[in-house]
Design a protein around this ligand. Sequence first.
Ligand code: FAD
Length: 324
Amino acid sequence: MNLRQMAIQKFMPSFMVGIFARPYIGGYSMAEALDLVVDLEKENHLLTTIDLLGEEVQDRNKALSNKDLYLRLIRETAELELGPERPTVSLKPSSLTVVKQTQPELDMDRDLLVENFREIFDLAREKDLDITIDMEDRFWTDVTIEIYTEFLKEGYNHVGTVLQTRLHRTEKDIENLPDNARIRLCIGIYQEPEPVATTDKKVMKDRMVTWGKKLLEQGIYTEFATHDEAVIQRFIDEVIIPGEYGADHFESQMLLGVPRTQIQQKLRQGAYREKLGPIKVRLYLPFAENKADAVTYCKRRLVENPSIVFYGLGNLAMKIFGKK
Ligand code: FAD
């Protein structure tokens, strides 16, 4: 951890983390988050993927109570009166097991993780909801992909996962995916070092386009997760239009709180390019059952990626000057 990261971890007061984090949090209770899910769909035609905040659990009871919260989330989400496109649920492996250590090698209770996943995935299938396993840092990549593909082999077709373009291995991981995979493609939030990753953002973004194309060519439903309008534009011009991919092959995903209203409207209304129909837009909507969980999560995000503070300031400026 460098000095700047240590300063954030140790000295940034919770209230300040809370200020930066508030636009990105869907609520401080499940009920508040689900109300927002309904409002976003009814008022803005935006779909959501709902995530319970919490990660790197160190005791079994917390992992089990997180699992129970996910089961409740699935039951309550299934009851919502919404259109035919349902919300999905996103989850972090490290919130559903006991993590003893992550570095230099991950040590966690794999059996407990698989057991908890199975219970959640089974209920989600019964309630007709899709699940996405979020991707954490590089120490989790192998085991996440391994467990994910084991579930796919068992026919859990309603489960997807995430691949990060900053990691060099991702190209091979895409080639090895089975046909029934569903992938959210993003640059990745975790700062990863050479030689496992590129640190050049332009390369990460070029790969969003080329690896997004690769996924679609393999027939894999692709969730294109970026707020960078130029990258979305390239994906549409260079991949979607030439490949004549319809809205049943891909969707656009963004984080709740990042101000992209105009782009989202253009995508949804099919106004992005002539010949292009409406595109689904899904927001990642994290919620916490208590503020402490949210602060822990947001502090970790800030430590991993202090530029979020600058994003926050940049977004504020865009709001003030009216550009979105
Ligand atoms: P950037 O160049 O980083 O951002 C472009 C612009 O978007 C910035 O200039 C800024 O204005 C705005 N912006 C981007 N991020 C933020 C932010 N956090 N706050 C405020 N403004 C912002 N990463 C993982 O490692 N694992 C995951 O499972 C994962 N799931 C994700 C799910 C979704 C739906 C999304 C949208 C992202 C997810 N990410 C995940 C994070 C992602 O990998 C990137 O870190 C993040 O989206 C920023 O990359 P970008 O492509 O938007 O480009």
